[in-house]
Each structure stands twice: as C-alpha cells, then as structure tokens.
Design a protein around this ligand. Structure first.
Ligand SMILES: Cc1ncc(COP(=O)(O)O)c(C=O)c1O
Length: 442
C-alpha cells in the first residue's frame, strides 16, 4: 500500500480507523456558520464586538477584537477539538476533498481578494508571510533587494536575514522627502530610477504604519513592469507588498493591484482570529520559490520525502503554508471574518473608514497646537492618522489621551509620532470627543 501523509502524521493503530471519520469535515463547515446580523447601521456593527464600552478604541489595527461571528466560529471549533482532538483535526486537515478546511479558508480569502484560492498560502501573521517570501526567493550572491525607508521593522528584517544568507545585498530609498509634497508620479519615478541590473525584488508597504501614507501600488507596479520589459525571465524583478494596513480598509481586490506577491495578517483591520494571515502570489512566483518550513497542506513534498527524493513538480502556494500543529480553532474560523466584511459590504467599510479619518484629519490640520503628517488626500491615505502635539512627546500625548479613556498609540519607528485610527466600530461623535481632548492638551 503506498504511504500517504495520513499514515505519517497519525499513530499506526489509528490510521486505518481514521478514514471512517472523514465526513467530519463537512460537519465542521456546517456548524461554523453564524447568523449574519443586520448591518444596516453602524451601531449594529459595533454591537458585534465585546469592546470595553467606556473607551474610545482607536488602535484596533494593532490587534483585532473578535466580532461575534468570529467568536462563535472559534468557539464551535474549540468545542469540537476539545471533545475529540484527533477526529476534529485529522479529518478537517488531511482529507484531500472539497471539505478540507484549509482549502475552504483559501476559498473564503479568494472570494474577498479575487484570484485563485490555489495561489494563497496560509500564515500566522504578516511577519511570517514576509519572512517566507523573502527567504523563499531564489537569491544568489550579488543579487539585490530594493526597499524603502518607510517599511516596518519586520519587513526590513525579513530582507536583511534573507539577503544575509546568500551574499545578496539590499538597499532602502525614500519615496518622498516631505509629507506635504507626496506625489504618485514622483514615487513611481523614484522606484523606476532605483531599480538596478542586480535588483530582483522591490519591497514596499501599502499603508505605512509610520505615517498613514498609502502608496499608489498600481503606479509602482508600472515602474517594475517597465524594468522587466528588457529582462530575461530569470532576472525578473518582483513587486512584494506588505498589505496589512490596507486589507480590510481599501478595495479588497488586491490581486488587481499589479503586485506579484502580497502578505498580510488578518488579525488587524480584518478582525480575523488572532494569529492568522496569508500570502497571495502569482503562480510563477510560487514556482520559482523554495519553501522554508515543511507544509502539511500539500501531498507532493510528503510523497517525495517518503520516496526519498526532492519534489519533482514546481512549488505552489500550499507548500508555503507552514505545517506543524497550530491554534486550529483560530485558523479554521477565518472565513467568518471574511463573511463579516462581505456582509457589511467592503465599499461601505472603505467609505466609512475614510469619512471618520477625514473628519479627524480636517480638525487636526486646523488646530494651532498640532502638526498633521498623514496626507489629507484620500488617494494617499487610508485608516491611520499620525500627528504631533507641539511641545509634547508622542508617548505623552498617548498617555494623556488614555487618561481620558481614548486608546491611541505611538508609531514604532525611529521617528515616532502619535497615531489614531478610526475603524468601523467608531462614530463621528467619538471623533469629536478625541478632537476636544487633543485641543485641551495644548
Ligand atoms: C506595516 C506593518 N507590517 C507588519 C506588521 C506586523 O504584523 P503582524 O503582527 O501581522 O506580523 C505591522 C505591525 O503592526 C505593521 O505595522
């Protein structure tokens, strides 16, 4: 009898019996469904959260509070796993049928971002996704990765660690010099000029958590496409995007942005289960990459291992979903967060988040005691607002706001600012409260 992955991953005595329980996966999908609430007004959205009602929550992009459908889905999976861990996880994970839950999770994500579920790898957060991408690239000595001065620590570290392993280099460029004069044309031009003969990837961040600036990814993709026009396939430059603060805020069809690979956690603006995320990449990207962590989600590498040779087929997304056992109740419940967004309506969510943050920015821009850094231009901003109160350190601003039960944050970058982020749980009245509190700080 040929070895199957199931034989490998379960104890010998259980392996034959296990097949009898394969219908479990179907059952799991049915029980996960929760009744959609009526999202006609924003109060009904807010009621789905168990957020402390006596706080104004303006840092939910940091880590999600689970809305009711996500809590319910997690709880249903938790109960099943607690009742019978082997049966619950084995059937859901290893049955190569349509009822396989990781495949269902990929289908749910694809229904939201566009594209093919087969091009999605499931991760635990943005950090893991970026690390898998950069470490998976077939970099050689002398190759270069181009990135910017605006990205998050985990993005730069992923690049530094990956390039350091093979004698490749990396370089950071600023995409603008002042927050007052950001231009999509100039950003695209700077990227175009900075791509050199050795550049193999350009790494950027869709929405900068340092400043709230949203990059024109499609314009950057044009610059990368131009550089690729005269190149051999093997020297092709890839555009890699850290998209975590755009996902769940902007138009979710990220596969139309023009990038080659996109990593995001789903436990920030998506309000997905904490410890979940994904990477989407074009099939040719997965094919040229090398996996870093053994996966449980595709049979080919396992069968090749059993036959004592390397996989013979090109890599694909599922090979990059890190294997090993995980917090499956969270992992499996991710479709509930996608449905939550789809039930409210992605376009409504974008409009609401922009409307609230616009209100905040307009007021901050008018105040004599504040300096606003995030562009007021809706095309260059998303859900975050970064600012300073003159004469105060950002951490003092955050502390003074917290004294009034307003949850703000500081940006974790060399140049730190105070940061607020209105999401779908907030109201224009809360924005007024925050504005009054900031005015009184000066
Ligand atoms: C731009 C950016 N990228 C990546 C991360 C890390 O995200 P995760 O916790 O999903 O790994 C953060 C953290 O908030 C961030 O601001």
């Amino acid at each position: 009898m040929p070895l199957t992955r199931r034989d490998f991953l379960i104890s010998g005595s259980m392996s034959l019996a296990a097949g009898a329980f394969s219908p479990f996966a179907v059952q799991a999908e049915k029980t996960e469904l929760s009744e959609p609430a009526d999202f006609k007004d924003w109060e009904s959205v807010r009621r789905e959260f168990e957020l402390a009602p006596d706080y104004v929550h303006l840092a939910l992009f940091f880590l999600a509070s689970h809305p009711r459908p996500v809590r319910q889905a997690i709880d249903q999976y938790r109960k099943k796993i607690d009742a019978n861990p082997f049966i619950a996880v084995d059937g859901a994970l290893f049955e190569p049928t349509d009822e396989n839950i990781p495949q269902q999770v990929c289908r749910a994500i694809a229904s939201y971002i566009g594209g093919d579920p087969q091009d999605i790898a499931l991760t635990q957060n943005t950090t893991t996704g970026l690390a898998l991408l950069y470490h998976g690239l077939p970099l050689r000595e002398g190759d270069e990765i181009l990135t910017t001065t605006h990205d998050h620590y985990v993005h730069h570290e992923s690049i530094r660690l990956a390039t350091g392993r093979c004698g490749a280099t990396w370089r950071k460029i600023p995409l603008f010099d002042s927050y007052n004069s950001i231009s999509p044309d100039e950003i695209a031009e700077r990227v175009r000029k900075a791509i050199g003969p050795k550049t193999r990837a350009v790494g950027v961040t869709w929405v900068h958590s340092s400043s709230g600036v949203r990059l024109p990814i499609a314009r950057i993709a044009e610059s990368v496409a131009e550089a690729n026009r005269a190149r051999d396939e093997k020297d092709r430059v890839l555009l890699i995007v850290d998209g975590v603060h755009g996902l769940g805020v902007e138009d979710p069809k990220i596969t139309a942005l023009g990038c080659d690979a996109f990593a995001a956690g789903t436990h920030k603006w998506m309000f997905g289960p904490r410890g979940t995320g994904f990477v989407w990449a074009k099939p040719f990207v997965w094919q040229k990459m090398r996996p870093v962590i053994p996966s449980f989600f595709s049979l080919e590498p396992y069968e090749a291992w059993a036959q004592e040779h390397a996989p013979q087929t090109p890599a694909r997304a599922a090979w990059f979903s890190p294997g090993g056992f995980q917090a499956f109740e969270h992992y499996f419940a991710l479709p509930a967060a996608v449905r939550f967004h789809q039930n409210i309506g992605p376009a409504r969510i974008t409009a609401r988040i922009h409307e609230l943050n616009r209100q905040l920015k307009e007021e901050l821009a008018r105040m004599p005691n504040t300096q606003l850094y995030t562009p007021r231009d809706e095309n260059l901003s998303a859900g975050m607002v970064c600012f300073d109160v003159k004469g105060m350190k950002p951490e003092q601003v955050v502390k003074r706001l917290l004294d009034q039960r307003i949850v703000a944050s500081t940006t974790p970058y060399r140049q730190s600012y105070a940061r607020l982020a209105c999401s779908v749980v907030n109201t224009p009245q809360e924005v007024d409260t925050v504005i009054r509190a900031i005015r009184d700080l000066g």
